[in-house]
Design a protein around this ligand. Structure first.
Ligand code: ADP
Length: 671
């Protein structure tokens, strides 16, 4: 079967005065529907209607209308390229199935001819319209892109043009359905198609003669309805595009803030501002909260002019039914009107907030990370008319909350990392210090021992007294080394938590006595300062590890003895303090400590004279060990002194043994 040329081209060639125009598919649909409705509404006698739908799928959407048209006239012809079951038939109206590659498949035709009425739509789809359409779809997927397909062609009510179009189309119909020749001939004759009489009627004046007794109202009304409908669709599409764009802008600005700063405060501040502004909210609050918190402090706020700020205020959480629901369900809540929300009206606490801060509509969205609550985003509308929450808005807040969740975790992880880094650096510094100091501390006595032993071995004739001096020096320095190593190990064990604690109920007085006897055995040859004790009567039992408690006391008393001249005094006292802890004080009248040294004396290897000029012996680790021990049982230790030569006081606290009132005594090692 020979494939013909385009009907539009034929028409333009036959009637060169015609100027084709551009039409979007949406307009053609509106026009076609209006033309068909006009036929249905007007009382036309057996109108001829020829419609070409390009492809079967487009025809299907309209098939029912053509069944209605078929009730008015038996001269209805419907053309389409078949896709599934569209085939030549004469059931309700004449169906003409043309070849898929017939130029007809690129064209859209609708021709209506009656005795006193004629109109036609002859268009051809612009080449590349679909390809462009695909590109546009990528840009704005929410627009109804099919409606943007473009056609060029003629839409007119000129009778002459309509007759010519009908003539061309009827010719095509006959090439596919020659058996319809008689029927087509009848229509042509009746309506003057293909005759010179018909073509003479192509001037506008003559046209008007025919058109005047037709009521064009239904046509116009339908057209307006269709236009309105497409306008509405367009509006909707634009609204959703602009909502999408708004969301993207917002998410972008918050992501930028997250990228720029790892400071969560900065990120939350930007998020509150952007979200509040974007949502045109009266107030947007962002605060950190955990599921078990009873209160939160409002840290970030976006506030519309003239409203009461809640920044820095405490926000109830424990007795806040909205917050509790959010925690329980892990889902946000949006309240359109607080007046109709029983969780708000039924809570005195929430109603107080509503009244004080004029909240009318309320949205609470959790900031979660892997199910863990990190914070809350709140939006308030303080308007006369309650705010109707749109799905898009709620989704946007959710998206932002999700972003904030990851940002907060990221910032937290970073902060932890920073902390760890600092700890590592501190550890590294300590390690280097330790190596340097321990090396030095050990080398000094070791060299002395070495010198003494060398002298002893190389000088066999050394007088016995000098020999004795050498031996004593070597012995005392090796003892110093032993102590140093022991203290160092003790401190390392305490600091690394490798010590096992055996807390028991103890009588403090006995521990003091034990430590005093230990001091006395250690410093036999020296003249000690006077030592007195003043322990409050009825002092409760303390709860501590006995060995370690004696160790602390002995070290403090040792120090007091070391730094107090023999004529001085040392006083050991104990009382129950306001925190219900037993506070022990070892005070002396010795050389005192400068105020700016009161803290550092607890650092390891701190010695006022410096390691090289040590006169009083000791390792410089005693107070560091005491501090670790006291912290271990939950107490505190501190030093007081009015300055040089003003004496010193060392205080430490021990928890009280909460239990038997009896003076139960545990055995304390006395080694
Ligand atoms: P040391 O083994 O040197 O005594 P400590 O850690 O026990 O080490 O003490 C650290 C430093 O604190 C001492 O070297 C001394 O300078 C200061 N100090 C400790 N106790 C007293 C005290 N009772 N009076 C004055 N200074 C003291």
């Amino acid at each position: 079967m020979s494939i013909s040329t385009s009907v539009l081209s034929d028409l333009l060639q036959a009637l060169p005065h015609l100027r084709p125009q551009l039409y979007f598919k949406a307009s053609l649909t509106a026009l076609s529907h209006a033309m068909e409705d006009q036929v249905l509404a007007a009382t036309l006698e057996q109108p001829l209607v020829i419609a070409n739908f390009q492809r079967e799928r487009f025809y299907r959407q309209e098939a029912h209308r053509y069944q209605r048209l078929a009730q008015i006239s038996n001269q209805i012809y419907v053309l389409s390229a078949p896709e599934t079951d569209f085939a030549n038939s004469s059931e309700y109206y004449e169906k003409i199935a043309f070849e898929p590659d017939d130029p007809l498949s690129q064209e859209w035709h609708l021709v209506v001819i009656a005795q006193n009425y004629a109109t036609c739509l002859v268009c051809r789809e612009s080449v590349g319209s679909l390809a462009k359409h695909k590109q546009i779809r990528e840009v704005a997927s929410s627009l109804d892109m099919d409606a943007a397909r473009r056609f060029e062609g003629i839409w007119t009510a000129e009778r002459g043009v309509s007759l010519k179009a009908a003539e061309f189309l009827l010719q095509r119909i006959l090439t596919y359905r020659p058996e319809l020749t008689d029927k087509v001939e009848q229509a042509k004759q009746r309506l003057g198609i293909g005759t010179t009489e018909g073509q003479e009627l192509s001037t506008p004046e003559q046209n008007n003669e025919y058109a005047c007794d037709i009521d064009t109202n239904p046509f116009v009304q339908r057209l307006v309805t269709y236009l309105q409908a497409s306008q509405y669709k367009l509006h909707k599409a634009y609204r959703s595009i602009s909502a999408q764009a708004r969301k993207e802008r917002l998410v972008n600005s918050i992501s930028t803030a997250i990228r720029r700063s790892l400071d969560p405060q900065e990120v939350l501040k930007v998020a509150a501002q952007e979200l509040g502004q974007n949502m045109a909210a009266s107030r947007c609050l962002i605060y950190r909260a955990q599921a078990t918190d009873s209160k939160a402090t409002i840290e970030h706020e976006f506030l519309n002019n003239g409203l009461v700020s809640v920044l820095g205020k405490k926000w109830p959480l424990a007795n806040n039914p909205l917050f509790q629901s959010v925690v329980q369900d892990g889902e946000g809540i949006c309240v359109t009107d607080v007046i109709h929300e029983p969780r708000v009206t039924g809570s005195r606490e929430l109603w107080r907030l509503v009244e004080k801060f004029a909240i009318r509509s309320w949205l609470i969205e959790p900031v979660l990370f892997q199910g863990r609550l990190l914070g809350i985003v709140e939006l308030h509308y303080c308007t006369e008319v309650p705010h109707e929450w749109q799905t898009g808005e709620v989704d946007m807040v959710k998206a932002i909350a999700t972003h904030l969740g990851s940002a907060l975790i990221q910032a937290e992880a970073y902060a932890n990392l920073e902390d760890l880094n600092q700890q590592l650096e501190a550890l590294d510094r300590t390690r280097s210090n330790l190596i340097a100091i321990t090396g030095h501390e050990l080398r000094t006595p070791l060299s002395t021992i070495q010198v003494c032993l060398e002298s002893l071995s190389t000088e066999p004739d050394m007088p016995p007294e000098l020999r004795q001096v050498m031996l004593n020096t070597a012995l005392s320095d090796s003892e110093r080394m032993r102590k140093l190593v022991q203290d160092f190990l003790t401190l390392s064990n305490l600091e690394s938590g490798r010590v096992e604690w055996h807390p028991e109920s103890l009588t403090l007085k006995e521990c003091i006595d034990l430590s005093l006897s230990r001091v006395n055995t250690r410093v036999v040859q020296e003249q000690l300062p006077e030592i007195t004790t003043d322990v409050a009567k009825k002092l409760p039992l303390v709860k501590a590890d006995g060995d370690w408690l004696v160790e602390v006391l002995a070290k403090l008393i040792d120090n007091a003895c070391k730094f107090t001249p023999s004529g001085g005094q040392i006083k050991i006292s104990a009382h129950l303090n306001k925190q219900h802890m037993v506070e022990v004080t070892v005070a002396d009248t010795g050389r005192g400590i400068e105020p700016n040294r009161l803290e550092v004396v607890f650092d390891r290897f701190y010695q006022e004279e410096g390691a090289l000029r040590r006169t009083a012996g000791g390792t410089g680790l005693g107070l560091a060990i005491c501090r670790q021990i006291v912290i271990g049982w939950g107490g505190e230790i501190w030093a007081k002194s009015s300055g040089k030569d003003q004496g010193s006081e060392f205080h430490f606290t021990i928890p009280v043994f909460e239990g038997s009132q009896g003076q139960k005594r545990s055995k304390v090692n006395s080694n």
